[in-house]
Design a protein around this ligand. Structure first.
Ligand SMILES: Cc1cc2nc3c(=O)[nH]c(=O)nc-3n(C[C@H](O)[C@H](O)[C@H](O)COP(=O)(O)OP(=O)(O)OC[C@H]3O[C@@H](n4cnc5c(N)ncnc54)[C@H](O)[C@@H]3O)c2cc1C
Length: 432
């Protein structure tokens, strides 16, 4: 047990916490009230922050694998990186993966993370067949879509607020090769990129990088990347070298001119309207993982990621309004990521609803919160919501209006004795 200053990936806010790192789940001490589980700390805001933190970093073993069904049982602290390292050479991949492999299985379940294939096969927890959860009483409870399904629906996407995910069984995806057949489509504006998403709904993976500072006729200009697993090739894990940001960058380097220049160069790096590439899965799925500590780019005071989803019907109009507001503010993000999300699942606090989601990074500065509050109002007006795993500042009222199942979630928290044991800075702020 040690005390240290700790934050999420956005480095805002920072809390002085007592951190326990149990080596076995039997050693997890639940006598301290108001603690929260923490995996790899890749959530951006305050969802894995509390004054008492239980780190799962040493609870990371692979337990069993069924080569027929592709079902893998592993401890909650196992990272996606560890799973890929062992299973890719054997011809298996993750059914759903977020944009970094440095997250734990427990964290992926607690945020019910989505990937570039949500429109096709849903989110991470749609491929979880069971969870072993340590609840507030110290008991271990199994839950699945069939068994204690209320607990399962609250734990998937439940931000660690029902208990500690000690182990889980997830379904892997068979692959023949580590190569992705990538197609890059250039869109001159937001309307065009939405049309391209619609026209390419059959693609297994899709994601667009938007120039969030472009305005006028070029508002929302983007590069859309489609991807398919290649059927031929090798299961080679090598993809290139990684780099690291060695120190905090001076925040003066990050201003509207540098960000605008970066976005313009990024957009113009592709000349053809349509082009094809063969790429390794690493740069396709995890482009930022090759730059360790990239969060230092935003300086000592950190940054906030703002990710929201708008329902399809509101997509173009609402997204246009938000991009216009951001472009006018001159605050921008190096890369804004746009994805299509498919149907909503039954998990009570899961983020995805059918529509389009946009994620942007903003360096922390005093007037940022005012801008984000204004964006919240537009998101609410169009029936959307903010992603909890990226959030560090949303108000309780905004949360409760946009996550209508929160009351049912609270009932389940009470039923399983979680309210006095598992709390984070985020849950306190949101009135959970
Ligand atoms: C570069 C980058 C790209 C990303 N891309 C995506 C993306 O494409 N899609 C997406 O959905 N997300 C994305 N994320 C967010 C990330 O996938 C989630 O925040 C994920 O939850 C982080 O996992 P973690 O192990 O780091 O969890 P932490 O950040 O440590 O914790 C996150 C939440 O999970 C809970 N938790 C962690 N472990 C357990 C456990 N064992 N039991 C119970 N609760 C637990 C914590 O209490 C907290 O509420 C991205 C993040 C980064 C940094």
């Amino acid at each position: 047990m040690s005390n240290q200053l700790i934050s999420g990936w956005g480095r805002y806010p920072v809390v002085d916490a007592e951190i326990a790192v149990p080596a076995r789940f039997e050693n997890i001490d639940l006598t301290a009230l108001n603690s929260i589980a923490r995996g790899m700390g890749r959530s951006y805001g305050d969802s894995a922050l509390a004054t008492q933190i239980i780190s799962t970093q040493q609870l990371d073993n692979l337990i069993a694998f069924n080569g027929q069904s592709g079902e893998l049982r592993c401890a909650g602290g196992t990272t996606l990186e560890e799973i890929l390292k062992v299973f890719v050479p054997r011809g298996w991949f993750l059914s759903v993966t977020p944009g970094t492999k440095f997250v734990s299985v427990g964290g992926a379940i607690a945020s019910d993370v989505h990937g570039k294939n949500h429109h096709k096969i849903g989110s991470f927890c749609d491929h979880v067949t069971s969870i072993e959860l340590l609840i507030g009483s110290g008991e271990m409870v199994s839950c699945s879509p069939q068994q204690n399904s209320d607990l399962f629906r609250a734990t998937c996407g439940g931000m660690g607020l029902t208990g500690i995910i000690v182990s889980a069984t997830i379904k892997l995806l068979p692959i023949q090769s580590t190569t992705i057949r990538q197609q890059t489509l250039k869109a001159a504006n937001l309307k065009e990129v939405f049309q391209l998403f619609e026209a390419n709904r059959s693609a297994t993976y899709s994601v667009a990088w938007i120039d969030c500072l472009a305005s006028g006729n070029a508002l929302g200009r983007s590069l859309l990347y489609l991807g398919e697993h290649d059927e031929s090739g090798t299961l080679d894990m090598q993809s290139g070298h990684s780099k690291s940001i060695p120190f905090d960058m001076p925040t003066t380097l990050l201003n509207r001119f540098t960000i605008q220049a970066f976005n313009t160069l990024y957009y113009h790096k592709v000349c053809e309207t349509v082009s094809q590439q063969q790429v390794h899965y690493e740069p396709y799925f995890y482009p930022l993982d090759s730059i360790h500590h990239w969060n230092r780019l935003y300086g000592r005071r950190g940054f906030l990621q703002y990710q929201f989803v708008l329902p399809k019907t509101a997509g173009l109009e609402g997204m246009t309004k938000i991009l216009q507001r951001i472009s006018a503010s001159k605050k921008g993000s190096f890369l804004a990521v746009l994805k299509e999300l498919g149907a909503q699942n039954k998990n009570l606090l899961s983020f995805p609803i059918e529509g389009y989601t946009l994620a942007l990074d903003f360096k922390w500065e005093p007037d940022l919160l005012q801008l984000l509050n204004e964006l919240d109002q537009i998101v609410l007006e169009y029936g959307g919501r903010i992603y909890l795993t990226k959030d560090a500042r949303m108000s309780e009222a905004t949360f409760k209006q946009s996550y209508p199942s929160w009351e049912q979630f609270m009932e389940i928290r009470h039923k399983y004795g979680a309210t006095e044991h598992f709390n984070s800075l985020q849950s306190e702020r949101l009135g959970l």
